[in-house]
Design a protein around this ligand. Structure first.
Ligand SMILES: Cc1ncc(COP(=O)(O)O)c(C=O)c1O
Length: 408
């Protein structure tokens, strides 16, 4: 990265003049923290006492046997407090908000996991909290809205545009411009203007650091491949950054939705539908038309349903350091069902994309090879979507009974 936040041609900072001082303050605070030898220790302490770190690396013996190829390990980010890797980033940014002396945080959320994590952090640090969430995501991730509100956050459903994650980001920026003195925008992924991609990656790098140490301790060697799903790219960057200088293949898995030829997907790095552009304050691959208007995206996983992608991942793709694939909705549901049955763990629909791709490749590898799949979050939040996908009769009867109870 150069000092203006570019990763070859990607990244940068395209901002209204009015936000310049706020970004300068953020960058200075982040640099000071990074150079402070006590800061990372403070961060690790809070993550271990509040968020169950280090998260385990679980050997998936039954899946390994089932596929008969590489040994499969799962990095258990689902065991973080609030059930996803999002906790790593928000607690880090919370420490920076304290250093800046601000009193209010805002955030965007898609799947709701980042919103819940931010609301939790705000409750712990005593900050006011407002969360922007597209109206469509409010519908499909209702349990997370419930928890954000209980945690004391104000949840603002965004009715503009396609009413999903990109619209929530636009709304959060609008709020920030009017409230810069008191407010920090806790961006939830490795996207957005510099220094967000670097900063979010820095906090998420705890995943890769731990995974590398753990696999060396357990297996005495590095993995052949590592897999992570890619929404904005924060859990992927977190895992990848531990192995960037190693001979390890980095595989990012995007949302293939209903198929790359259907137009209904959220694949920016491995479909032909994306092109390089500037939006939301940074330069990267976006799903946009020839006028630069953002396209509609689709994924069964709300957290992968985004038009842009981390500029760092765009650079890793172009330099050939990482490979990107897409998993389709139906493959993801199948991978989820198999993982639940075989290993007794319930990955989030987002994470299940990484599992689906790993399952396609594991049988073709040798029994001496080792792979790691990042389980970025747990699946409880997806119960409505998954019950629909399985057409679960018992769940339907329960919901109908509940509705009747409320109507009575
Ligand atoms: C569990 C989970 N995994 C992955 C993602 C995708 O985000 P990212 O690509 O930043 O890791 C989300 C986003 O909401 C999520 O909730």
């Amino acid at each position: 990265m150069d000092n203006r936040g570019y990763y070859s041609q990607f990244g940068g900072s395209f901002l209204p003049e009015i936000l310049a001082a706020t970004f300068d303050e953020l960058e200075k605070t982040f640099r000071n923290a990074k150079n402070d030898p006590d800061f990372w220790q403070e961060y690790e302490d809070i993550m271990s006492s509040y968020s169950c770190r280090p998260t385990p690396l679980t050997f998936a013996g039954n899946l390994t046997k089932h596929f008969g190829g590489a040994k499969i390990y799962i990095k258990r980010e689902d065991l973080n407090h609030t059930g996803a890797h999002k906790a790593n980033n928000v607690m880090g940014q919370g420490l920076l908000v304290q250093r800046m002396g601000k009193t209010r945080v805002i955030a965007e959320t898609g799947a709701g996991q980042h919103g819940v994590a931010t609301a939790t952090m705000a409750a712990r640090f005593g900050f006011d909290c407002t969360i922007y969430m597209g109206e469509v995501d409010v519908e499909r991730q209702r349990p997370n809205v419930f928890w954000m509100e209980r945690l004391g956050a104000t949840v603002c459903p965004v009715k503009n545009g396609t009413r999903i994650l990109k619209d929530a980001i636009n709304e959060a920026f609008r709020d920030w411009v009017s409230n810069m003195d008191t407010t920090h925008y806790v961006l939830g992924t490795a996207c957005g203007p510099h220094p967000f991609p670097e900063m979010v990656t820095y906090f998420q790098s705890i995943i890769g650091k731990e995974a590398r140490e753990q696999i060396l301790k357990i297996e005495g060697k590095l993995p052949k491949r590592i897999y992570a799903c890619v929404g904005g790219g924060s859990n992927a960057m977190g895992l990848f950054s531990g192995f960037l200088n190693d001979p390890v293949e980095l595989v990012g898995v995007e949302a293939g939705g209903k198929g790359l030829d259907s137009g209904e997907h959220a694949s920016r790095l491995c479909s032909k539908d994306a092109s390089i552009g500037v939006a939301q304050g940074y330069k990267t691959y976006f799903l946009q038309n020839s006028d630069g208007q953002m396209k509609e995206t689709h994924s069964i996983a709300a957290g992968l349903d985004y038009v842009g992608v981390s500029p760092i991942l765009s650079e890793l793709k172009e330099s050939g350091k990482a490979r990107f694939e897409a998993a389709e909705d139906n493959e993801v549901v199948e991978a989820l069902a198999l993982t639940i049955k075989k290993e007794g763990v319930i990955p989030a629909l987002e994470s299940a994309h990484a599992f689906a791709q790993a399952f396609k490749e594991a049988p073709k590898l040798s029994k001496d090879d080792v792979i790691i799949i990042n389980q970025s979050g747990r699946g409880d939040k997806d119960i409505f979507t998954v019950a629909d996908a399985f057409n679960d009769p018992g769940w339907k009867a329960f919901i109908i009974g509940k509705a009747e109870q409320y109507n009575a």
